[in-house]
Design a protein around this ligand. Structure first.
Ligand SMILES: [Zn+2]
Length: 299
């Protein structure tokens, strides 16, 4: 008989800037989903894209989380400490001919396929080409037209044709950095995460990450995609849309607002409570079935 599995969730910010209300939603949702079930909650810093990272952002993020009263189990995992593992995985996939080098530029793919600007679907031009001498290539993972199915806890049943959505996607870039899909797929599996709770803007990535796990014979977690917070212009709150950083001195008001956004019904007096009381209420009363599928438009 196998051991009963303990719930294990995670929050995995990229250190590209300070936390904003959108990231707070993902942190609160994943934290409460774990803590309500007496599960564990891990923090992972997704620092594998140095050109996009901001110096000091990782420490700043951890300090903010601490200031907001989040408590995490075990040490923070920095993906930059796992580069050797990712390289092994890439080599392994190449050896099994599940991945291959591709020297196509974005421009040439657009030209050959007649796609317009935006995210490029790559139809596998280099699949069966011999390895060129030039080191100027990325590594792509083969995918097929077979649908990838998963049952999202909030968004419901999904069936994604990866070939149509992304095509053979990049797992190691031309500049040798590893892709988000590869590193996230590996770490969610190897950290024993049982459910990934994050924003629905990442719903499309799930199929890629499930595919990575399948190709590497790794287990897959369940997925739960939360509604995404938008600004007044209807854009996703992000560093790119210049979302306001969250600050600890407003933690109770912001946590209260995050709970409301997630469909919870905290009593009004908690707006003036201390952080501990608010968390205590939230951990006890968390209801995943109250969380709306899409942005509830509160303000
Ligand atoms: Zn190519």
């Amino acid at each position: 008989m196998s051991m009963p599995k303990i719930y294990r969730g995670r929050f995995a910010p990229s250190p590209t800037g300070p936390l904003h209300f959108g990231s707070l939603i993902a942190a609160v949702g994943s934290y409460l989903q774990a803590k309500h079930q007496q599960g564990e909650w891990l923090i992972r810093i997704d620092d594998i894209d140095p050109p996009r990272e901001k110096k000091g952002a990782a420490i700043d993020i951890l300090t903010t989380l601490e200031g907001f009263g989040f408590e995490w189990d075990s040490d923070v995992l920095y993906q930059s400490n796992k580069l050797q593992r990712y390289q092994e995985a890439v080599n392994d996939l190449i050896k099994q001919q599940l991945a291959y080098p591709c020297s196509c530029s974005k421009k040439s793919i657009l030209k050959k396929t007649g796609q317009t600007e935006g995210e490029v679907v790559y139809p596998g031009f280099c699949r069966d080409k011999p390895l060129e001498k030039s080191p100027e290539y990325s590594i792509r993972l083969r995918c097929s037209s077979e649908h990838i199915h998963f049952d999202d806890t909030i968004q419901g049943k999904q069936a994604i044709n990866l070939e149509k959505l992304k095509g053979d996607f990049v797992i190691q870039r031309r500049d040798h950095h590893f892709s988000y899909q590869l590193a996230t797929g590996i770490d969610d599996a190897e950290q024993g995460i049982t459910e990934v709770v994050r924003g629905a803007d990442l719903l499309d990535c799930t199929a890629c990450q499930l595919h990575v796990q399948r190709m590497l014979n790794l287990p897959s977690p369940h997925y739960c995609h939360l509604p995404v917070a938008l600004n007044d212009a209807g854009q996703k709150l992000s560093k790119q849309s210049h979302a306001t950083p969250i600050v600890t001195k407003n933690s109770v008001v912001l946590l209260y607002k995050a709970l409301k956004f997630l469909g919870q019904k905290p009593p009004a007096h908690l707006m003036n409570a201390n952080q501990e009381e608010l968390w205590c209420w939230a951990k006890t009363h968390w209801r995943l079935d109250f969380v709306p599928k899409i942005n509830p438009n509160i303000n």
